[in-house]
Design a protein. Structure first.
Length: 219
């Protein structure tokens, strides 16, 4: 098995609604929001971990391919015909002949335009770019709102630069079927949502300016 090359997909991920990708508990400040988003430890700017985008693509493709098992775990069949295992890795399976996981999804940082909005709001107006949203749970008997929880979201309109690398091996031929599979994964993310609270309207995203090795393509 020999590595024959790389295919690089780049583009812009645009938030069409607010996006909530949860930060870790140790980022929670006293007096802060209940549900913070993940931010760069130095700049404080929001970013999209590659694992979030990759995980969403994978789980949607598993549903589409009928690869969801009873335990609800990721596919680990390791079969030659399984593009999930080939592209995303065979879950908990160390005895397969598929070779290395083909896909690599880089962390996506704010693109230049959005970075300018972010820093000008913060420096010139002293307001945060990150929106705070409060959700209530309605008491079914009294109809009153209880337990308001505040969550942070990247506001609609924010844009991130994405980069996805596919490593190809000699057994993959020209790799077109694997590239098409990744494109389908991106379409699946557009059809659903990214991050948390998708069923309540968060995380609608769309992809723009898509390029494969620098050449434009449409999703
Ligand atoms: Zn599989």
């Amino acid at each position: 098995m020999k590595l024959t090359g790389y295919k690089v997909i780049t583009g812009t991920l645009k938030c069409d609604s607010g996006l909530h990708i949860g930060g870790s508990a140790d980022q929670i400040e006293i007096g802060g929001v209940d549900l913070p988003i993940i931010k760069h430890p130095v700049t404080g700017e929001p970013f999209i971990p590659g694992s979030s985008l990759k995980g969403k693509m994978r789980s949607q493709l598993e549903k589409k391919e009928g690869r969801v098992n009873e335990k609800g775990e990721p596919c680990g069949c390791g079969q030659e015909s399984c593009k999930i295992c080939k592209v995303f890795g065979a879950h908990k399976n160390t005895r397969h002949n598929l070779g290395a996981t083909r896909i690599l999804v880089r962390d996506a940082s704010l693109n230049e335009n959005t970075k300018k909005d972010y820093s000008s709001l913060l420096k010139e107006k002293g307001t945060s770019y990150i929106e705070k949203k409060t959700e209530n749970i309605i008491n079914r008997k009294t109809g009153t709102a209880e337990h308001p929880r505040s969550q942070e979201r990247v506001p609609a309109g924010a844009e991130f630069d994405i980069e996805i690398v596919l490593q190809l091996y000699d057994m993959d031929g020209n790799g077109n079927d694997l590239i098409d599979f990744v494109k389908e994964g991106l379409r699946q993310v557009q059809h659903t949502y990214l991050g948390g609270f998708g069923s309540r309207g968060s995380g609608k995203v769309s992809f723009h300016n898509m390029k494969l090795d620098g050449i434009d393509f449409q999703l």
